[in-house]
Design a protein around this ligand. Sequence first.
Ligand code: ATP
Length: 348
Amino acid sequence: MLAKGTFSSPSSTLLPLSIPRGSSRSDSLTCWLQRKQQRKIICACVAPPLNIGSDGIPETANKHINKSEKSETLHPISEPEDDSDVLIECKDVYKSFGEKHILRGVSFKIRHGEAVGIIGPSGTGKSTILKIMAGLLAPDKGEVYIRGRKRDGLISDNEITGLRIGLVFQSAALFDSLTVRENVGFLLYENSTMPEEQISELVTETLAAVGLKGVEERLPSELSGGMKKRVALARSIVFDATKATIEPEVVLYDEPTAGLDPIASTVVEDLIRSVHMTGEDTVGKPGKIASYVVVTHQHSTIRRAVDRLLFLHNGKVVWQGMTHEFTTSTNPIVQQFASGSLDGPIKY
Ligand SMILES: Nc1ncnc2c1ncn2[C@@H]1O[C@H](COP(=O)(O)OP(=O)(O)OP(=O)(O)O)[C@@H](O)[C@H]1O
């Protein structure tokens, strides 16, 4: 049994941040509980008060693109007028770290049922915008709306219910000294009124949904990288069955296939699809995740796991389109990124 914390239950999905390797179970829990008191995770997203010019091209992008290159709009998707299905919106979000101005007016919306990828060069702020959506970082300027309600500051600063937000870190961020069962059921053991046996059953069921059986009593160190990612996914989608209302959930994945071989990547990509509402999990049940956002560099993940793409560059969304438009785009930024060429507007 896990030690019980004294804090109140969170309004949304909470995920452990990184815990030092080799720390003891009590250290891990203490560290986690301290952090948890500081940060309750909720999510918010970007909608564009598009700093996109009349030609559909963001102002910064205009600086890098000559007239002949502007033939393709950078904003080819016409936004529906009805925003009732918007779960997360980021509006003109700015974020700097010291002198580094990372996000400079990022806007987008994540709608119910969407599978969205965020791509762009390294260091362009993809993980930063995920953390802002999750409420782990506050924007310097701009707004984040959760189902139409503005979130101020971090998730710990206000209670916004109506949407669960899960964040799956690149590193999986499992507690090294807890078993797989304890990792997956952590929040339920801590916060739920469910009896332990029921939590245990739910954990087993959720692990089965991500294709893992018989690993409940293993420690993270006994798992492969791909299995750890699946455990982290299970942790983000485990539901408290005693809650009267189950809120829709958005899962944010930060480079879920980084470091995996091509086949293990495919397994994770299919898994991400399968737990989405349009999919079917590995035991044949419909997925429960309303929408998800994936930050990735991997072409296979772009092709296989997402439907719509947002391209971040120089602090803004410089292109967005459906996945199939990515490889045929005539936008020079997209072309350079898709081909990996050293020549083009993206400079390292
Ligand atoms: N907490 C922080 N303090 C200082 N600088 C930070 C912090 N978090 C991120 N940065 C910096 O902000 C920039 C964007 O980081 P971020 O991780 O969001 O980029 P990214 O697009 O996800 O990169 P990659 O594709 O390489 O993972 C980087 O230069 C990074 O060093």
